[in-house]
Design a protein around this ligand. Structure first.
Ligand code: UT7
Length: 331
């Protein structure tokens, strides 16, 4: 194998549906209150896809936005990875649908599932192909239509999630830029804490699975919460250390947007001021694999992230899974 190349993000894009569901709207359908949701989670509203839109449609719009912010065209893409737990269907992959929609005729395409950590897993996979020189330009998308899989009668989950998509393009960057560290992890012993049980090979769709509401998201919120507080803080810290940096070198933290109290734990561990952490969960809720790339795109477009900044991305999710990376922003 020849020389390894440095890989980094050269463009970002995102899309969220127009339709807003506020906490006040939810008060009318389940026994909850704006006050409970805001104080326990930090969420005020979320976006919900129109009935005729599925995950690939949200992903396609994010992909087009990322391409527009780059100097590439769809034919330049060598690979498309879509991280999602809410694919349009079991197969074909959502990535193949996006590939068709944007006309990326030269791209390999596949989906990757690591729940809310999926986008960061996708970045890690994509960057290996760039580093080895196998591919030049890879699009990684995090996209979710979670509104189709939440039980709108279950206040434990329906207040938490939203729909959206974010996309990035990875290419070679100058030495010293791009990914400085990457961490991936999983603990399958926690598999039962966050599930959508039916519709797979163990429990195919049946009258019984529908009656038992097994096609919805089920979560042991407080156990996931305890795991998340511990893992977000420790992985953010490890990502910085593995990059050969210290906390004071960190310019910006983009955490998975599940709960403001979990984000605060990571922020405090890195000793960062509030204005160095991007938060959009108040507007979008938890968009699973889409949360980090949507937040990243918004931060880039707002000028919060500039060339030479050291950015830490960190997330956790079902599986259980977790992931983090440090990036020296290259563009
Ligand atoms: O992306 C990765 C996936 N998920 C997460 O990161 C979620 C992690 N977990 C959490 O964010 C929090 O655990 C929740 C926000 C889900 C829950 O907050 P909590 O402070 O852990 O509350 P809890 O689960 O301990 O519930 C406290 C009470 C319960 O009532 P009782 O049993 O004490 O009477 C719940 O029934 O709050 C009740 N509750 C609600 N009340 C009003 C739960 N959901 C609601 C609600 N509105 N929407």
């Amino acid at each position: 194998m020849g020389k390894l190349h440095q890989s980094g993000i050269i463009a970002t894009g995102s899309y969220v549906p127009d339709k807003v569901i506020t906490n006040q709207d939810l008060e009318k359908i389940v026994d909850t209150s704006d006050e409970w949701i805001v104080t326990r989670t930090g969420i005020r509203e979320r976006r919900i896809a129109e009935a005729d839109m599925a995950t690939s449609d949200l992903a396609t719009k994010a992909a087009q936005a990322a391409l527009e912010s780059s100097n590439l065209i769809a034919k330049d893409l060598d690979m498309i990875i879509v991280a999602t737990v809410t694919p349009d269907m079991n197969f074909p992959s959502t990535a193949c649908l996006v590939q068709r929609n944007i006309g990326a005729v030269n791209a390999a395409a596949f989906d990757l599932e690591a729940a809310c950590s999926g986008f960061l897993y996708g970045l890690a996979v994509a960057s290996q192909f760039i580093a080895t020189g196998v591919y030049r330009n890879i699009m990684v998308i995090g996209a979710e239509c979670l509104s189709r899989f939440v039980n709108w009668q279950d206040r434990n989950t329906c207040v938490l999630f939203g729909d959206g998509a974010g996309a990035v393009i990875l290419s070679r960057v100058e030495d010293g830029y791009g990914f400085l560290s990457q961490i991936l992890g999983a603990d399958g012993n926690g598999a039962s804490l966050l599930t959508l049980e039916a519709g797979g090979s163990r429990k195919p769709a049946s009258v019984e699975t529908i009656e038992k509401q097994m096609h919805y998201i089920h979560m042991d919120g407080s156990e996931v919460f305890k795991f998340a507080v511990r893992i977000m803080a420790s992985m953010a810290e490890a990502a910085v250390k593995n990059a050969g940096l210290t906390e004071k070198d960190v310019d910006y933290l983009i955490p998975h947007q599940a709960n403001i109290r979990i984000i605060e734990a990571a922020r405090k561990r890195l000793d960062l001021p509030e204005d160095k952490v991007y938060i959009n969960l108040d507007r979008y809720g938890n968009m699973s694999a889409a949360s980090i790339p949507v937040a990243l795109d918004e931060a880039v477009r707002l000028g919060r992230i500039k060339k030479n900044d050291n950015i830490v991305l960190v997330g956790f999710g079902g599986g259980l899974t977790w992931a983090a990376c440090t990036i020296k922003w290259a563009v």
